[in-house]
Write a protein that binds this ligand. Sequence first.
Ligand code: 5AD
Ligand code: SF4
Length: 478
Amino acid sequence: MKKNDYKLPNLKDAQKRTKQQVKIEKELFEVPVEVKNLGVDRKFYLRTYGCQANERDGETIAGILEQLHFTQVDTPEEADFILLNTCAVRKNAEDKVLGELGSLKRLKQTNPDLIMGMCGCMAQGEEIVDIILKKYPHVDLVFGTHNIHRLPKLLYQAMMNKERTIEVFSQEGEVIENLPVKRFGTHKAWVNIMYGCDKFCTYCIVPYTRGKERSRTMEDVLAEIQTLIDEGFKEVTLLGQNVNSYGKDLGIDGGFARLLEEVAKTGIQRIRFTTSHPWDFSDAMIDVIAAYDNIMPFIHLPVQSGDSDMLKIMGRRYTIEEYRTLFDKLASKIKNVAFSTDIIVGFPNETEEQFQRTLDIVEYCQFDNAFTFIYSPREGTPAAKMQDNVPMEVKQDRLNRLMERTNHYARLKNEAWKGKTCKVLVDGPSKKNKDVYSGYTEQQKLVNFTTDQKIKAGDIVDVEITDAKTWSLNGKQV
Ligand code: 5AD
Ligand code: SF4
């Protein structure tokens, strides 16, 4: 491919939002004849980083590659095509990928026909793709999050025509149904209900890497779930960067509450959803969650900061009082509900008092689980342009102090389950010890347990909790 044929990412284009409704493409996925057998006698290695949306994309990519007759392998050494499906949410995620790409270079020496590829959110970044172009000449293929359906053509070009291939669309196209999928789980599945994000929190790169909010239709989501039920799946997790916004672009009023209720009525045993933004979490949603036993009592509710001024600068659209009110409402209406959250420390100019308010909200909510991060500037976002007066040591110290508290409450919340019996969806025997099984409770707690019965992955069993640790519970089946 000649250099000027590259389709490179552009963050300004990625930021644009059009009012136009997105077309939903329902044609069957077909590949050109010459590409159909590209994978015969060839193997691929796929490694996915980051969030569940990426994991689900990985399943589509694997589905497409298997349709081309590629075989998936577990180590890069065996592969003819290596693909890293990447995350751009923080710099350390990007550094990991660049390190991995560097270390995989050696495999090109033993296998010059090896095709090395990178896709996912990092591919949407101007700066990163520029680095790849200049410093990673062994990377043959780069494609973006809006280009996955074009993989057969792009891979053919890189593999058969030996052309370095870079194709990153900075604006979303249609919502494409009917792409192949290879589910990596046997009883738990991810289901996209929408793509993209329009929130533009000032620190976040996701609205740029994943485009504007586009919902799938309710009938497509429900049809996918029915297929999963027929295939024996027990749990679905409905995915969206902010599921509360589901249906707004399609003009469906109260979209997520309605969808959730319809999914509950399918009778699938367990329903989860992520992520919910605290800003538009409606009462109707709470009522539906409370009303159906198959909607799991577990809510991931990112708070980000405990200080209202900081939340405003972050573009979060709620005050900490509003967060607390929502939290209380959820806790009082949903029986035995558990919460997890995301928290950022060291946002530009965060004061010690502001950080103290973050500790206060942790004391107040006592989260079952918290994902805590040091703020990482992302090129193209408004926060990346802010001057910052907080030294890195201070940020690190705040993270340590925060984690001490969040870990304390994670343990405390687990301790409360000692002596109680809970329902566990079995994942299978534990990797370390075949006599011990593991699975998750309704509150999304990992349980390792012993049993004298014959059980298998996908069963839901009653387990009495005998011991609690910070990140897991121990128990025995009753
Ligand atoms: N720096 C640090 N953390 C971030 N997150 C998103 N963007 C950044 C950033 N630039 C965190 C938020 C979000 C989670 C998925 O990642 O807490 O909820
Ligand atoms: Fe990022 Fe905010 Fe959208 Fe979440 S809601 S993906 S933090 S912009």
